[in-house]
Design a protein around this ligand. Structure first.
Ligand SMILES: Nc1nc2c(ncn2[C@@H]2O[C@H](COP(=O)(O)OP(=O)(O)OP(=O)(O)O)[C@@H](O)[C@H]2O)c(=O)[nH]1
Ligand SMILES: [Mg+2]
Length: 265
């Protein structure tokens, strides 16, 4: 018995010396219900101030412990510097990358730096309604879903300001995912997940539609789509180009193969 007690004391004193217990406790306290919102940016200087202040308002109003992580790809318009200056006033961190490396890889890099236990992703161009953040977080916090998606295609969800051609392309691209998921808006760029949804999940970091990849590969029991009104960007220019459409087709093909072989195994 004496020996066991002695052994325990030795282990405890070692742990204390290495600060492991404190670190463990600190980690548990600091990450409890903390929300990390990842926002990829490329040339969004006219949008990020307003976006940050709107998200911060929500954090304060709803007493959310949250952080915003901008992942900027060395935007020529100086978005990175502005984001850095916002970090003095708001709970903002900035990841600066050396060049334009793509939206999906920016989000993945944001995930790897995030401190929260719930991760959110949204665009910087004010297309996604910050007012919907609480509605998207609630089901996750209450344990009713592990994954919520801001959806243009359920209930009162809507798109404002898109020309007919863009609507048709979006609907067509969504139809191509029907064999992969029942989610009505799997191409949404606005979603929240519990951290564990992507634990040990390899995300390819290619292309534009990271939400679809997480739907196919993630660890979750329940997804909930929350209706949102998506507004086309007012300021800045779109980064969506022809090569992204081709990339998208390539990604859907890849995910289809992934799904096929997973079911076979
Ligand atoms: N870090 C990083 N962010 C990007 C990159 N491409 C796009 N983004 C950001 O990703 C988000 C979505 O890009 P958007 O250009 O708005 O794409 P979209 O919403 O499909 O198209 P529009 O709203 O019509 O412009 C925005 O916040 C962009 O600034 C990139 O290569 N790197
Ligand atoms: Mg946009």
């Amino acid at each position: 018995m004496k020996r066991v007690v002695h052994l325990l004391l030795v282990i405890l004193s070692r742990l204390r010396k290495s600060n492991s217990i404190e670190k463990l406790l600190n980690n548990l306290l600091s990450t409890q219900n903390m929300i990390s919102i990842i926002i990829p940016t490329y040339n969004e200087k006219s949008n990020i101030r307003k976006l940050t202040s709107k998200i911060d308002d929500i954090f304060k109003k709803k007493k959310i412990k949250g952080e915003i992580i901008f992942v900027d790809d060395n935007s020529p318009d100086g978005t990175g510097k502005i984001a850095e200056s916002l970090s003095k006033k708001y709970p903002v961190r900035v990841i600066h990358r050396r060049k334009k490396l793509g939206l999906a890889s920016a989000v993945i890099e944001g995930f790897s730096e995030a401190k929260g236990d719930i991760f959110g992703v949204m665009d910087a161009d004010l297309s996604h309604p910050t007012d919907s953040i609480p509605d998207m977080l609630n089901p996750i916090i209450k344990g009713k879903a592990d994954f919520t998606i801001g959806s243009r295609y359920v209930g009162d969800g809507d798109v404002v300001g898109w020309p007919l051609s863009r609507k048709i392309i979006s609907k067509g691209a969504t139809m191509l995912t029907r064999h992969l998921t029942d989610v009505k808006d799997p191409m949404s760029g606005f979603f929240f997940i519990k951290k564990k949804v992507i634990d040990n999940v390899y995300l390819s970091a290619k292309g534009y539609k990271i939400c679809l990849e997480i739907i196919v590969k993630g660890n979750y029991k329940k997804i909930k789509e929350v209706p949102i009104t998506f507004k086309d960007r007012h300021k800045g220019t779109s980064k969506l180009n022809k090569s992204e459409y081709i990339n998208y087709l390539y990604n859907v093909a890849n995910l289809s193969l992934y799904n096929y072989f997973r079911k076979k195994l």
